[in-house]
Every structure is written in C-alpha cells, then in structure tokens.
Design a binder for this molecule. Structure first.
Ligand code: UGA
Length: 449
C-alpha cells in the first residue's frame, strides 16, 4: 500500500458498478480519501459493510484494507460537498439501435451545479462528441475524458499497473487534466494528454481493434481446420512479430462481455450516424456471432443429431474470474442446443446465480462432475483453471459419450486423446480418426428415466 496523503479533498466517484468500485478502491489503496455515490441504496449499504456485490479478484481485500478512506453514500450532495474531481462511472449500455444509452450519464450531469469548482472526469465509455456536448450544456464545470482500459478478472492489477492513461481535456480545463494526471502519475504508465474527442475515440478504437484481432484469429482458425493447420501454432508464429503482438490472438467461441460487443456496435453506429459505413467492424461483429454457433456443428459431427443428447457446458461467464454473464457465448450456445432438442446442463464456479436468471431452462449443476454425469459431450465455454485439473480419465467412465469440444483450446488435447476422448478444439487438426459411431438419440440419462 502506498503512503496515505493528508488533508486532501476526497475523490468523488459516481456509480459504483464494476468500473466505479475498482476505481474507488484502487484510489483508496493509493492513499487517497474517496467518496463514492450510487443511487442503489442496497448496494451502497452492502459496500459500507464491506460486501462486494460481484466477483472481481482483490476488490474485497482492497475494500477491507482501506475502509477508513472509503465512504459510500446515495446522496450526490455528499459528494459535491467535499469532492472536486468527480469520476463518472455509470454504465452506458447499448440501445436497440446500437447507440450507447447515455441516460445515466445525462442524469449525473443534470445533478451538477451550474457552475463551481468541479471537474467531471468521464470514465464511462461514451461516443466521441459526448464530452463536448456536455461541456456546452454545463459550461460552469470542467470536463476531462479519462477512459478506462481495465479488464474484468484482472481489473485491480490493470488499474495499478496501466500501460497508459489517456487524459483528454479541451482548452480552459487544463487544471482539471493536471489534477487527474497527478493522481495517475505515481502508477508509472505512459500518460497520453490529448483533446476530449480524441480521448473518447481512443477508447472505442482500442476495443474495436482488440475485437478485430479476435475475429481475425477466429477466421484464421476456421481456415486452419480446412487445411489441417493448427491455429495456436499460427498465432504463436504471428504474434512474435512485434508489429503484430501475441495478445488477443486466442481463437475460441467468440468475444463476449459488457464491452467488446457493446463498443463495436457503438463505434459502427457512431460512424453510421455520420453517414460512414464501417465495413470492417460490420464483419468483425458478424464473424463473432457466427463463431458462437460453430460448436454446434462440431458436436453434430461427433454425435449426430443432438435431439435427446445431454450436453454439459463447462463455464458460463463470458470469461474466467468473473461472474459476468453479459453477452456470454454460453447464452447463444445453450439456446441453439435447446433449439436442436438437446438437454443442456451448465456449470460455472462463480456465475451460477447470474446464470440462473438468464438460463432458466438449463440445469445448473453444483460441480463439473455433476454436469458431466451421463453427458454425451463436454463443451468448454469458459477457460476456468479448475477444468484443467479435473480427473478426466475418471470422468470418461461417467460420461455416456467420451466427447470433448473445447471452445477455448484450453485442455491438454494429447492427454485427453490418450485417455480415450474424442477431443476437438477450435482451429486444430481434426479428430475424425477417433470419432465414435454417433450414439443413439437417447442418452444413458434419458434411458434411465
Ligand atoms: C475489455 C478490454 O480488454 C479492456 O481493455 C476494456 O477496458 C474493457 O473491455 C472495457 O471496455 O471496459 P473485458 O471485456 O473485461 O475487457 O475482457 P477481455 O479480457 O478483453 O475479453 C473480452 C472477450 O474476448 C472475452 O469474451 C474473451 O474470452 C475474449 N477473448 C479475449 C478471446 O476470445 N480471445 C482473446 O485472445 C482474448
């Protein structure tokens, strides 16, 4: 923990969802007093008692360790009374048109005084142009665009060790940008000072580019399957070129979560609103949708028609180390499998509660073992480390069919094949040689009923 600072005005954080809470607890960890506000009284109360309402590694420790520096409230007045820099961390979900829904941001702006010694620091992802519009409507306050680049599951580490911090301010608001820079400078990442519109665009462009990398490697993976190449080898060989870089080249069942799907659509829509058709991004989004469905064909290849088959989805959250189910590939897969008449079971180490609401007709199990009992196939949807540690040899005896479709190329293919499984990943060599005869439509579980 860094040394506490004395007599300093607290940092204001508005909205303590995932971004807001990580921001609040990390600033507190750096020694700053923080006053964080949320309209959800239950959430503010839970946080005051040290309870984190979602799963994100290390946030609970930071909350506990820095309790004295953190105040949670539901009253905007409390924040305005003491803080000068107001970090806006409310969410901007997509609307039906694909535009970002800015109503929560607008609600925050409407509660700011007409003028005063305040700076609104925008962490929420907003389309380019939003900041300048807010500044026009509320000329009495300064505005800084400071997009966040945290990843769920590693957010605390990402906050405390940033690659770069982007700080956008327009003329007149430099004092506020200087204040924000002073907060982030001790963390050591590069500081990018720019104007508001460019800062907003950096955020959307960065997410769109990472999403493009994923859709690109997924298409390469699909071609690898046709020509007998191995996408993990291809990605390794590509990624060592420093101009390309090895990250975000893991082929799989497509990207999900609250950010890439939303931000790619928002950027496409933002361009469309100006009359520009962003062709590449349109393809990135479409490739991702198709990729989520590709596992169905792989299952059919090994099991024949899926009607009456029992399929166990291992991992339901959009990625490991989070319970976030937003835009998770498991949602599309479960519904496609059910559309084919399969019985779907699911298991996730932490997302069970969140999944229960969204997957009411999926049987959610207490363990991977329970999900795999008498199942015709295991599908790895999310690469939770515990799935690599399962005793797969023993599980093979409990499954009705020894088929694994690994949507993340996560398990040890060779070991599983040696253990007698038909193993198929994404963009890996085919496993036809070992494909069992398609099992009869009724699985062992069905037969025992
Ligand atoms: C993403 C960005 O990585 C963050 O920089 C950004 O701050 C955040 O969005 C945001 O805008 O708030 P996040 O959505 O938490 O972070 O998760 P990522 O780790 O980026 O993964 C996104 C999705 O891409 C996941 O479904 C993951 O499984 C998938 N992915 C990622 C791949 O399929 N392949 C890869 O190589 C990497």
């Amino acid at each position: 923990m860094l040394a506490p600072m004395s007599d300093e005005r607290p940092i204001g954080v508005i909205g303590v969802g995932w971004v807001g809470l990580v921001t609040a607890t990390c600033f507190a960890e750096m020694g700053h007093p923080v006053i964080a506000m949320d309209i959800d009284a239950q959430k503010a109360r839970a946080l005051s008692r040290g309870r984190v309402p979602f799963h994100e590694p290390a946030v609970d420790e930071l909350l506990e360790r820095n309790a004295e520096r953190l105040t949670f409230t539901t009253a905007m007045e409390d924040v305005l009374e003491s803080a000068r820099l107001l970090f806006c961390c409310v969410d901007t979900p997509p609307t039906y048109s694909g535009d970002a829904d800015l109503s929560r941001v607008q609600a925050v702006v409407s509660r700011l005084p007409a003028d005063g010694d305040y700076a609104l620091v925008m962490k929420s992802t907003v389309p380019s142009g939003t900041g300048r519009a807010i500044r026009r409507d509320a000329p009495g306050i300064a505005y800084v665009a400071c997009p966040e680049f945290l990843k769920e599951g590693t957010a605390v580490r990402d906050f405390l060790h940033p690659d770069r911090v982007v700080i956008g301010a327009d003329p007149g608001d430099e004092w506020a940008a200087d204040g924000v820079e002073a907060l982030y400078r001790p963390l050591g990442g590069a500081i990018v000072r720019t104007d508001v519109a460019s800062a907003e665009m950096i955020k959307l462009a960065a997410n769109a580019f990472l999403a493009t990398k994923i859709s690109f490697i997924n298409e390469i993976a699909n071609v690898c399957e046709e020509v007998g190449a191995d996408v993990t080898e291809v990605a390794r060989g590509m990624g060592l070129d420093k101009r390309i870089g090895g990250s975000f080249l893991r082929a799989g069942v497509g990207f999900g979560g609250s950010c890439f799907p939303k931000d790619t659509k928002a950027l496409k829509q933002l361009a469309g609103n100006t009359g520009y058709h962003f062709q590449l991004l349109t393809a990135v989004i479409e490739v991702n949708e198709l990729q989520k469905r590709r596992l169905i064909g792989k299952l059919q290849k090994h099991l024949g028609p899926l009607a009456g088959k029992t399929i166990a989805l291992l991992g339901l959250a959009f990625k490991p180390d989070t319970d976030d189910m937003r835009e998770a590939s498991s949602l599309v897969l479960a519904s496609r499998l059910q559309g084919e008449g399969a019985r779907v079971r699911g298991y996730d180490p932490v997302a069970r509660e969140a999944a229960a609401e969204l997957l009411p007709s999926v049987r959610l199990c207490e363990s991977a073992e329970a999900a795999l009992q008498d199942a015709d196939a295991a599908v790895i949807v999310t690469e939770w480390s515990e799935f690599a540690e399962l005793d797969w040899s023993a599980l093979r005896e409990r499954m009705a069919n020894a088929v694994i479709v690994d949507g993340r190329n996560f398990l040890d293919a060779q070991a599983l094949r040696q253990a007698g499984f038909v193993y198929e990943g994404i963009g890996l060599a085919h496993d036809d040689a070992q494909a069992p005869e398609p099992a009869p439509a009724e699985s062992a579980e069905a037969a025992s009923r």
